[in-house]
Design a protein around this ligand. Structure first.
Ligand code: BTN
Length: 246
């Protein structure tokens, strides 16, 4: 069993003070349905709103799945942003921000599986869910497994920072690092796209893509195109679940 000492609460006031200079307005809630839904409901506010939930009762994942994480075992938060010109890249660059933060802070090598899963040792430790409540506004939601135990994960393809041997599991530090890296990628998307292409380990591999309509395609992932789509055997895909075959 975990104890409260293993999973301390986030320090809202400290986070607010530390992140305000970068333009982030952080709110920490003990309980929420889904932070993506809460941020989307406040889409008329200025960009920079960050809602973090210590626990979500109806966390949403990509492709209509759910995202489940025990209280304070991970970071579950959503960010309100102005929609960038290259909106297709936003979830990918959010994944890059998490992978960069994890690599820097945790002494782990994080890789990116297209479009925006962050893997360590081949296991998914983080997922990103982007939505657009109105054409000018984007919400990016991030779920990062921090101290999650194996029996708390949905399946054997998922992992957590603790299980991967992270040098830190301090969620304040991790949240600050992710938001700092997110600011960096948003400030220079051209450099970030180049970085993403270097770090995305789906490219060059034999992959299986499970498409949103249920179809399954197998082939070689050739590149990520200018719209952030994955090109497999000459065809560009906008969404799907990728499995690395070898
Ligand atoms: C995925 O399926 O890989 C994406 C998971 C995204 C989960 C995060 S947790 C915070 C935010 N709120 C949600 O309901 N979902 C996202």
């Amino acid at each position: 069993m975990y104890t409260d000492l293993d999973r301390p609460a986030l320090r809202e006031r400290v986070l607010q003070r530390a992140l305000a200079p970068d333009g982030w307005r952080v709110e920490v809630l003990a309980e929420a349905t889904s932070t993506n839904a809460l941020v989307a409901a406040r889409a008329d506010e200025p960009a920079g709103l960050v809602i973090v939930a210590e626990h979500q009762s109806s966390g949403r994942g990509r492709l209509d799945r759910s995202w489940v994480s025990p209280p304070r075992a991970g970071l579950t938060f959503s960010v309100l942003l102005a929609m960038p010109d290259d909106s297709g890249w936003l979830p990918l660059l959010t994944g890059l921000a998490v992978a960069t933060a994890v690599t820097e802070i945790c002494q782990l090598t994080a890789e990116l599986k297209w479009p925006n899963d962050v893997l360590v040792d081949g296991r998914k430790i983080c997922g990103v869910l982007a939505s657009s409540p109105s054409p000018a506004v984007a919400v990016v939601g991030i779920g990062l497994n921090v101290t999650t135990r194996a029996d708390e994960l949905p399946d054997e393809r998922a992992g957590s920072l603790t299980l991967a041997g992270s040098s830190t599991t301090d969620r304040d530090t991790l949240l600050r690092a992710v938001l700092r890296c997110l600011r960096t990628v948003l400030d220079d998307p051209a450099a970030a796209k180049e970085q993403y292409r270097k770090r995305c380990t789906s490219v060059g591999r034999q992959v299986r893509i499970e498409l949103p309509d249920g179809a399954v395609v197998t082939g070689v992932a050739e590149r990520v195109d200018d719209g952030g789509r994955l090109v497999v055997d000459g065809i560009a895909y906008t969404a799907g679940d990728v499995v690395h075959l070898r």
